[in-house]
Unconditional design. Structure first.
Length: 396
């Protein structure tokens, strides 16, 4: 099947789940073309982007590119978009620039005889919706987290999702929210963001140390709850003086969190590593004793769906400490594969760390059970099969 993937920015380090999905579709013989609304700004890319030459499949818009496509089709699609806006009384500042970009993408989709448009994040929905009308192709959407929780325009959400041929979301929590709170009448399928379990091969840790290495891998944004993790460390080091926390990732709260570590005099216990390559990231997973991501619901309503970093940690047989927020309890079984605490509870985070540190057997048992959960429920192979099945229905 020939599938157009419409994305806000590709590639993006925090969206490994999209790379995983595209790679699995390619492995199954599908022809995927990627249409990135904006140019990427990050230097570090996931290894699979190069391994599967995904940039050669990716299209970006620029004015000097428009002369490289069929100009008759470009003009046809451009006028179609402009007339559509005028008919619907939608006159806006960038009406010509937006429709030129859409016409450029539509011309390439037409040339490659693409059969279906799929988009990640409802916030991009206006783009696949417009391309769908231009080309007469069905479009489908995957809803995640910020796109449905952060200051949502509920009327727009309903329009975008109900005009889609089918809607996917990544958790039961999201599905219930979309149906019960937003009132989406379209069919919603839950298809998880799976990971490549073959890439994450845990090493058996036989050494017992007095200290402990804690790991979190995340964007440095409010909804990840890192402030509460940092504030938990002073309590932890009273029990475990040789405690190290590694924070991998970058984001807008970088300076704020660094200042917090300085104010609490924790520079000797907390290290910020910034963004890391896949190879370097694996090193951190292999050397950690437990993984912590105490997610919260942010002030603007934003929250996580189900963090892929937790899936990766569980695949690496790390016990997980997280929170009872959104779809996380669907992934981490409290007391089975990890410990779940209430959001914004630094004392509970500290207690969980100390408890797991004192009981190595519990850490090992939780890690092994976590790995099985990922193999059975969050495997990119099985989840992609569900997605392919949904795509094939679009042909009928």
């Amino acid at each position: 099947m020939k599938i157009a993937y419409v994305l806000e920015t590709f590639p993006k380090l925090s969206e490994s789940f999209i790379v995983n999905e595209i790679v699995e579709l390619l492995k199954n013989g599908h022809d995927v073309r990627i249409f990135s609304i904006y140019l990427p700004v990050e230097d570090i890319k996931h290894e699979a982007v190069n391994e599967y030459t995904l940039l050669e499949r990716t299209h970006y818009f620029s004015f000097n590119r428009i002369f490289k496509v069929n100009l008759i089709n470009l003009l046809k699609y451009f006028l179609s978009g402009v007339f559509q806006d005028i008919y619907n009384l939608k006159i806006y500042t960038n009406i010509f620039g937006f429709n030129l970009k859409m016409a450029y993408f539509a011309t390439i989709m037409h040339k490659n005889r693409l059969e279906l448009i799929h988009a990640h994040f409802v916030s991009t929905g206006i783009v696949p919706g417009r391309l769908s009308k231009m080309l007469g192709l069905p479009y489908t959407l995957t809803a995640h987290a910020f796109d449905i929780y952060m200051n949502p325009d509920e009327d727009n959400l309903r329009d975008v999702m109900e005009n889609a041929r089918s809607v996917v979301t990544i958790s039961d929590y999201n599905m219930n929210h979309l149906r019960d709170k937003i009132g989406i009448k379209n069919r919603i399928e839950v298809i998880r963001c799976g990971i490549d379990i073959d890439r994450f091969s845990p090493l058996r840790k036989s050494m017992i140390n007095d200290g402990i290495k804690l790991l979190t891998v995340t964007r440095l944004v409010e909804k990840k709850g890192l402030e509460y993790l940092i504030r938990a460390i002073p309590t932890v080091i009273k029990e475990i003086p040789d405690c190290d926390l590694i924070i991998v990732g970058s984001g807008p709260l970088n300076d704020h969190l660094h200042h917090l570590v300085h104010d609490l005099e924790l520079e000797g216990h907390i290290q910020f590593k910034g963004d890391q390559s896949d190879f370097e990231l694996m090193h951190y997973y292999e050397n950690a004793e437990m993984f912590i991501l105490p997610c919260i619901i942010a002030e603007n309503g934003d929250r996580d769906g189900i963090p892929v970093a937790i899936m990766e940690a569980m695949a690496m047989e790390l016990p997980v400490i997280s929170t009872i927020v959104s779809g996380i309890p669907e992934l981490v079984e409290d007391g089975i594969s990890g410990i779940l605490v209430s959001q914004k509870d630094e004392a509970a985070i500290a207690d969980a760390v100390i408890k797991l540190h004192k009981d190595r057997n519990l850490r090992v048992e939780m890690g092994e059970k976590g790995r099985k959960i990922i193999e059975n429920k969050y495997n990119i192979v099985s989840e992609s099969e569900k997605l392919i099945k949904m795509f094939n229905k679009m042909r009928s």
